[in-house]
Design a protein around this ligand. Structure first.
Ligand SMILES: *Cc1c(COP(=O)(O)O)cnc(C)c1O
Length: 501
């Protein structure tokens, strides 16, 4: 990984971002408010942090909430995602979608890295401004905004926003007439886990009418945005979306605008980022060719910087950076014969049960669907528990796939073998509602006991931010680390401007 010792300057210049904004970004470590002193940041791998927290908890004697589920956030992972972004899409400036995970340290780190921010509400705008980030680094990317939020954004100098309907134009003309507007177009979101087109996006054939209305209202439309849907699994959606954006640029020209901003939205994930980038780069080159869109190009004659390209990644940045550890607070045997159901396996690997795959035992853990696992409902995720402790021994090895246990050693006793044998089970959250099921069927080792711990990886996106306190339960807190010892952790420490840990 490239060490980044200084915050990167956003490679953008122009009226929206401005020289002052670039200068502020270059000095952004000092421009960013210090973290609340009450939230420490540790150093070391996620595994070492899990171990440290578990060592500090005595489930048999702790106060109420002492054994609560908790996240570990590895900020070096966010940093690596940024380096990866800059390597694959150097032309595209990321505006982190705050809604995905508005964690204060994630925001601080991304601010120090020179990222912009996609905010969808007054609250999100305030949390970014509170860091000392210039309002010129914010896009208010909600096409349907409350009027009071628009007035506040105008007063605070947030000067770029999206729209997709005529009523929003009327609102903007009334409350923020000098805002640079970006028309959000409808694209094909059918190849994504969370489709957004039902709610947002102007169909291409409505764009000329919207742009004519914007002209009548003397509004300044500067470009086009889209979102292919969150959790997009078909990179080709991006090619089609860029083509449609180009069509919208042509409509802009016909309506008397000179667009110079292309916003390629969100939808990127950890696993498919390179394949999306490999589609996006040539699509941009093909549909926005340099002859027309480079500085001095025929389509951007009044924009000295040529076409500017931004994106609004959310999930991509945080998905893998957070894991969640949950304590098994209760257990209920589902089958009578379980007590004497000692199954001997001669194979070394933990064997899957051969009997019908019905849960034999129910585990109840202390975070669920009303908390961090709301992602099952809202974000259409399925989660995979891994064993963190088994019979109170710390077993976690991040490289093992779920359920994360190794085969019993040849020398293992019959009891040890039994403990490691996988058993069909269900995993439930702590509330009194039966919708609160984390996993209807999983295979976990028989030896799991009440007060053992499970761990869930990839819990950074669309989890904490939508957790509730239903049933009087506390939300899971975050333990932060700058990451395992090395250059990435050093870079994170320098970027956060907190040399002591
Ligand atoms: C949610 C959202 C994003 C982020 O989407 P991801 O799939 O998390 O990258 C970006 N832009 C807008 C307008 C959004 O609503």
């Amino acid at each position: 990984m490239l060490p980044i010792s200084r915050p990167a300057t956003p490679p953008l210049d122009g009226p929206v971002f401005g020289k002052a904004a670039a200068a502020a970004a270059a000095a952004s470590t000092s421009a960013i408010a210090p973290p609340p002193p009450s939230t420490p940041i540790y150093a070391g791998s996620i595994e070492s942090q899990l171990r440290a927290v578990l060592q500090s908890i005595d489930v048999d004697s702790c106060e109420a909430n002492g054994e609560n589920a908790f996240f570990v956030a590895d900020l070096a992972e966010v940093y690596r995602q940024h380096v990866r972004w800059m390597r694959e899409l150097p032309r595209v400036v990321p505006f982190y979608a705050v809604k995905c995970n508005p964690d204060p340290y994630v925001l601080r780190l991304l601010a120090a890295l020179g990222s912009g921010f996609d905010c969808a509400s007054n609250g999100e705008i305030q949390s970014v401004l509170d860091l000392g980030v210039s309002p010129t680094r914010i896009i208010y990317a909600n096409p349907c905004k409350a009027s009071s939020f628009v007035r506040t954004a105008a007063a605070q100098g947030v000067g770029m926003a999206t729209f997709d309907n005529a009523d929003e134009l009327t609102k903007m003309a009334r409350f923020h007439p000098r805002c640079k507007l970006v028309v959000r177009i409808l694209t094909d979101d059918s190849k994504s886990a969370c489709q957004l087109g039902l709610k947002f996006g102007a169909p291409l054939d409505s764009v000329p009418r919207l742009l004519a209305r914007a002209k009548e209202l003397c509004l300044d439309v500067v470009g086009v945005s889209f979102h292919v849907g969150s959790g997009c699994y078909d990179p080709d959606s991006f090619r089609d979306a860029v083509l449609r954006a180009r069509r919208a640029f042509d409509m802009g020209r016909e309506a008397g605008f000179e667009f110079d901003l292309l916003d390629v939205g969100g939808g990127y994930a950890h696993d498919n980022f390179e394949s999306i980038a490999a589609v996006l780069r040539p699509a941009i080159d093909a549909y926005f060719p340099d002859a027309e869109f480079a500085p001095g190009g025929s389509a951007v004659q009044h924009s000295p910087h040529g076409l500017r390209i931004i994106a609004e990644p959310g999930r991509y940045y945080v998905q893998k950076a957070f894991v969640l550890a949950a304590n098994i607070i209760a257990r209920r045997d589902g089958r009578k014969d379980d007590a004497e159901g000692v199954v001997e396996h001669s194979t070394a690997a933990p064997a899957l049960p051969s009997a019908e795959d019905k849960p034999e035992v129910m585990y109840y853990q202390n975070d669920g669907m009303y908390g961090a696992f709301n992602c099952i409902l809202f974000d259409h995720q399925s989660v995979h528990p891994k064993v963190l402790t088994l019979g109170h021994d710390f077993l976690y090895e991040p490289s093992l796939p779920a359920p994360g246990v190794r085969a019993a050693a040849p020398s293992a006793s019959a009891a040890q073998r039994r403990a490691l044998t996988l058993q069909p089970c269900s995993v439930w959250g702590p509330t009194c509602d039966s919708i609160d099921c984390v996993r209807a069927l999983a295979h976990l080792p028989r030896g799991l006991e009440v007060s053992d711990w499970l761990v869930y990886e990839d819990m950074g996106a669309y989890t904490i931010c939508a957790a509730s306190g239903f049933n009087g339960l506390q939300q899971s807190q975050v333990r932060y680390t700058i990451g395992a010892e090395g250059r990435d952790a050093d870079a994170v420490a320098a970027l956060l401007g907190a040399p002591q840990y």
